[in-house]
Write a protein that binds this ligand. Structure first.
Ligand code: ZN
Length: 246
C-alpha cells in the first residue's frame, strides 16, 4: 500500500462534502457474496440443468420457465446470511458525516441499506422487492421464501418476478438519470470493487467532470489511466482505514 496516496485521498475526503461512490461486486466479497464472474462465482458453478447460469438469469429464460427461474434465484442469488462489511459501514459513516451524496451500486444484495445507507441507487435492482408482471401487486422476500409456488400471483394468477435487471433487459432509465446527475455534479468520485470491463460501469466514469477520480480495486483495471488516484487491495480494509482516520 502506497501510504502517500492513502494520505492524499484521506485529505481529499476530509475537504469534500460532495462525494459519490460507485461500486461493484468487490464491495460485497468480504460479506461472502462471490463475484458472479470470479473463479468461485456463480457463472462458474454448474447448474442442475442443461442451462448455463447466464441463461438462467436472462429475460428469455424467465419468460419461458418462470418457476425454474424463481427456484434458481432463491437457491443461488438470495443470501440470508450475508451481512454488511467494513466497506458498507465506512460509506454509511461518510453519509452520516454529510460528505457522501450517495452510493450507486451494481449489487443486488441490499447490503448498503442493511448497513444503514439511505441514499442508494441500485442500478441492477434488488432482491427485496418482487411484483406481479400482470397486475403489479407487490410482494416481499418473506412471501417468496415461504411459498412453494412463489412465482404465482395470489391476486390474479400472473407471474411474479424480482425487481432485478436480467440479461436482455434494459436498466431503469430513471435510476440511470439520477446516477448520472450525481456523477456529473460530484466533487469527488470514488469507484470501487468493479473490474470496469462491463458496461454500464465503464461508461459511467465518463460523466465525471472533476479531477478527483479515485479507483479502489484489488488489482489494476483497464481504466486505471483515467484515475487521478488508484488504491489497490481489499476495499473493505482500505475504505475503513480512510474513513476511520477522518
Ligand atoms: Zn397479479
Amino acid at each position: 500500500m502506497d501510504i502517500d496516496v492513502l494520505e492524499k485521498v484521506r485529505d481529499i475526503i476530509d475537504k469534500s462534502n460532495n462525494i459519490v461512490f460507485f461500486g461493484g461486486a468487490g464491495v460485497s466479497t468480504a460479506s461472502g457474496i462471490p463475484d458472479f464472474r470470479s473463479a468461485t462465482g456463480l457463472y462458474n458453478k454448474k447448474t442442475n440443468t442443461d442451462y448455463s447460469p447466464e441463461y438462467m438469469l436472462s429475460h428469455e429464460f424467465f419468460e419461458n420457465h418462470p418457476g425454474e427461474f424463481m427456484e434458481y434465484a432463491k437457491n443461488n442469488l438470495i443470501s440470508l446470511e450475508a451481512k454488511p462489511n467494513d466497506a458498507h459501514y465506512a460509506l454509511k459513516t461518510l453519509e452520516d458525516m454529510g460528505k457522501l451524496k450517495g452510493v450507486i451500486t451494481q449489487n443486488i444484495d441490499g447490503l448498503h441499506q442493511m448497513a444503514g445507507s439511505k441514499s442508494v441507487i441500485e442500478i441492477h435492482g434488488n432482491l427485496r422487492d418482487y411484483y406481479c408482471t400482470k397486475c403489479f401487486e407487490n410482494y416481499d422476500l418473506d412471501f417468496i421464501l415461504n411459498n412453494n409456488k412463489s412465482e404465482i400471483c395470489t391476486e390474479c394468477g400472473g407471474i411474479i418476478r424480482p425487481d432485478i435487471v436480467l440479461y436482455g433487459e434494459t436498466l431503469d432509465a430513471n435510476n440511470m438519470d439520477q446516477a448520472i446527475k450525481w456523477i456529473r455534479e460530484a466533487d469527488v468520485f470514488i469507484v470501487g470493487g468493479t473490474s470496469l470491463v462491463v458496461y454500464p460501469a465503464a461508461g459511467l466514469l465518463d460523466y465525471y467532470r472533476g479531477d478527483k477520480l479515485i479507483l479502489m480495486n484489488m488489482e489494476p483495471t483497464p481504466l486505471d489511466y483515467k484515475a487521478d488516484y488508484t488504491i489497490y487491495g481489499d476495499i473493505a480494509t482500505n475504505l475503513d482505514r480512510l474513513v476511520s482516520s477522518l
